[in-house]
Design a protein around this ligand. Structure first.
Ligand code: DGY
Length: 346
């Protein structure tokens, strides 16, 4: 607490219009530039606040919250939350939230942008043009792949996967999907998507889009063995998380012509990108920006703010953060004096 107000730490510059809604209730400590915090720095930031709005760069684990005795909520500025150790947060009685739903359509659009861009070799063509190599274009130069009538495969059929599938109707593409659990029949009908096992998905897809969360089970879900099952003409798109694909194995497949192309927004160990991928022309690369539209990034900020407000009993969701990832944490919080776990302050 600072004065009478609890403190919110915001780990990166976001949208002032949304952060302003915190100010009547909190002292807001907002970082004014992007930074990568060392573990000790992050632990110190978290130890000094009652709520934190963090991004994917912040790995919030048991060590990060060990001294954060006042911290009651970590609101992640992302739908994916592999940067949060939910078990550690539950144990510490700290709620966690994400930004589910508000980014579905933007990420689906971007998956299609990468898919089409990789299929039509847009990255390499632009580099060639900018390098001043366009003196004449040969009729058989820059040939890419059509999407119409070809099979779209989706691995991970949550709400983003479904939004990607719905767009396939406009491109006249049959859709196959694989997911931990099969979707209800009405959702399958609406998405015009057919459930198949993973082996069939890999074998049959002309375009395979990955939209699954990164967990210990999904790490390298697409590695050398999976790539070997795909068509050599196939295009792989990853808008999910680095680490789901084995980037070294992917680079080898692309280099050796065992896969036609890839469109990648996420990388193992990003912001580092595997040098073998950087050396290839048949891969379209972008810096983890699938959700990066003005409206969506503002909406993500709004959701994080709503969750913080709600946990502290403010706003339309007072008492019920709408995007809670670990409701068990609230039971721990409820046993502790409000609003800090350490000391009653009012
Ligand atoms: C998410 O929300 O998980 C995205 O990857 C971040 O843009």
């Amino acid at each position: 607490m600072a004065g009478n107000k609890p403190v919110v730490w915001v780990s990166r510059p976001t949208f002032d219009s949304e952060i302003a809604r915190l100010r009547p209730h909190f002292e807001v400590r907002e970082e004014t530039r992007e930074a990568k915090f060392a573990p000790a720095e992050l632990a110190a930031k978290l130890a000094g606040c009652d709520a934190a709005i963090v991004g994917l760069k912040e790995r919030v684990d048991a060590a990060a919250v060990a001294g954060a005795t006042r911290l009651r909520i970590v609101a992640n500025l992302a739908v994916g939350y592999d940067n949060l150790d939910l078990a550690a947060l539950v144990a510490a009685g700290i709620a966690a939230s994400n930004t589910a739903d508000v980014l579905n359509e933007s990420v689906a659009d971007y998956a299609w942008a990468l898919l089409l861009g990789a299929a039509r070799r847009m990255g390499a063509a632009e580099r060639w043009l900018r390098a001043g190599q366009w003196h004449a274009t040969e009729f058989k130069e820059w040939l890419g792949a059509d999407v119409r009538g070809h099979v779209l495969g989706i691995l991970g059929m949550g709400r983003i996967g479904q939004a990607i599938a719905r767009r396939a109707q406009g491109f006249g593409m049959p859709v196959l999907y694989h997911n931990r659990s099969r979707l209800p029949a009405d959702v399958e009908r609406e998405c015009r998507a057919r459930y198949v096992d993973k082996a069939e998905l890999l074998r049959e897809s002309d375009f395979l889009v990955l939209v699954l969360p990164l967990t210990p089970e999904t790490r390298h879900a697409v590695g050398a063995a999976e790539l070997a099952q795909m068509k050599p003409t196939a295009v792989l798109v990853n808008v999910a998380r680095g680490g789901i694909v084995d980037d070294a194995a992917l680079a080898a497949a692309l280099r050796e012509g065992r896969l036609a192309a890839a469109g990648l927004d996420v990388f193992e160990g990003e912001p580092r990108v595997h040098p073998d991928l950087l050396a290839l022309d048949n891969v379209l690369l972008s810096p983890h920006i699938a959700s990066a539209t003005t409206d969506t990034r503002r909406a993500m900020t709004a959701v994080a703010v709503d969750n913080v407000l709600a946990l502290f009993g403010h706003g339309p969701h007072a008492g019920h953060p709408p995007n809670l990832l670990n409701p068990e944490a609230l039971a721990v919080v409820a046993r502790a004096p409000f609003p800090t776990r350490e000391e009653p302050t009012r």
